[in-house]
Design a protein around this ligand. Sequence first.
Ligand SMILES: *[C@@H]1O[C@H](CO)[C@@H](O)[C@H](O)[C@H]1NC(C)=O
Ligand SMILES: *[C@@H]1O[C@H](CO)[C@@H](O)[C@H](O)[C@H]1NC(C)=O
Ligand SMILES: *[C@@H]1O[C@H](CO)[C@@H](O)[C@H](O)[C@H]1NC(C)=O
Length: 438
Amino acid sequence: MAISSNLLLFSASLLFFVVSPIQASFRPKALVLSVSKDGSTNQYITQIKQRTPLVPVKLTLDLGAESLWVDCDQTYVSSTYKPARCNSGQCNLARSKSCGSCFDGPKPGCNNNTCSLFPANNFNNAATSGEVAQDVVSVQSTDGKSSGEVVSTPKFLFTCGSAFLLDGLASGVKGVAGLGRTKISMPSQFSAAFGFARKFAVCLGPSNGVVFFGDGPYSFLPFNVDISKSLVYTPLILNPVSTAPASFQGDPSSDYFIGVTGILVNEKPVSFNKTLLSINREGHGGTKISTVAPYTVMQTSIYKAVVRAFIKEIPSVPRVRAVAPFGACFDAKSIGSTRLGPGVPNIDLVLPNNVVWRIIGLNSMVHVGNDILCLGFVDGGSEPTTSIVIGGHQIENNLLQFDLAASRLGFSSTLMFPKTTCSNFNFTSAAYVEYSSI
Ligand SMILES: *[C@@H]1O[C@H](CO)[C@@H](O)[C@H](O)[C@H]1NC(C)=O
Ligand SMILES: *[C@@H]1O[C@H](CO)[C@@H](O)[C@H](O)[C@H]1NC(C)=O
Ligand SMILES: *[C@@H]1O[C@H](CO)[C@@H](O)[C@H](O)[C@H]1NC(C)=O
């Protein structure tokens, strides 16, 4: 019995390998990008292949950025680069309202009668105007359990950034992978090109992580748990006013906002001015998720209230001198260590319909040297554009699925419960066979 079923499996896999390379209509179910965290900048770095011939391009992830942009000033060589002509379908999809000329071209990034967008470096709050263009982009596909064949899409829209915009990005990075809430962001374009669900998921870690484009399964070793099966959902909120450093008048924000209505520390409500949690007519206020902020940033009065409440819950733990950028640090020797990180009170973000996003010690506390643990939240000043920006440290080892069609966020809570981490996706080296979308 055992032997015959093994034989069956063996012949089935032979068949697969013989047939799949000649199937012209291979359609991936999902795509996958490997992510690593750059230690010196805290940026999340990924890599795609682009152009003809294909070259690897390192990119910094920016969850809320409107599109992919790459530096076209230096060494952009490709026989398939095509600028988007004014009033074309591409310019329309990009919602560009500007049409320009360029005097030192023609070359990638500098052509006449092309539309432009605003490639941005949100780490420096810098932006410029850049030509919209299309070229080949190639990434690995996945069945949700391991990475598979490389697939290409020939007309991927992106923006040409400039060399100066790379200042402050991690070493070797040549642009930004924008995953924002637009029709030309990477998730929207991959879904359109390969015909899969308008969903994507990010699972970041202190060293490695993964981005999935398309629906689950999103399975992680060692037990191959499919995290897409255990998500809790909350609506995504559209901020009608752009939160980018530069934008066209009337553009909505491409950032992902959620409706936090309150904060609990050790299950007790923290009191602060709740008006800050709603988005006003100027687009200010509210709560967004960011891969640009390494730690959650809160408007001063919220920050102070949370810190006060937190300190009150651990009266026996000595405070030590604060280490920037944090304002509340503690003697690490006085804090126990648990499977869920430092043994400190949970911090809960309260969401509509009795949903909470629980932040455990692993995601709230930051080790600063050997003996100091700091509460990993940062004071955002009295008038930040957005009142709460949930940052990298707080989303690490939590899987977040953005469902663009249903306008909702699915979140897993810490992957410590299903006993895995975001670094446990089974990346296998890419097969050499390449397939194209139509
Ligand atoms: C754009 O057009 C102007 C004249 O209208 C010309 O001087 C310039 O060389 C053109 N640039 C490119 C990139 O073709
Ligand atoms: C990872 O994926 C590869 C390719 O699908 C598979 O052969 C291998 O067994 C997987 N590794 C583990 C540990 O499951
Ligand atoms: C609460 O915050 C809003 C928005 O910043 C402000 O307009 C209002 O005056 C504040 N209310 C109180 C009671 O401080």
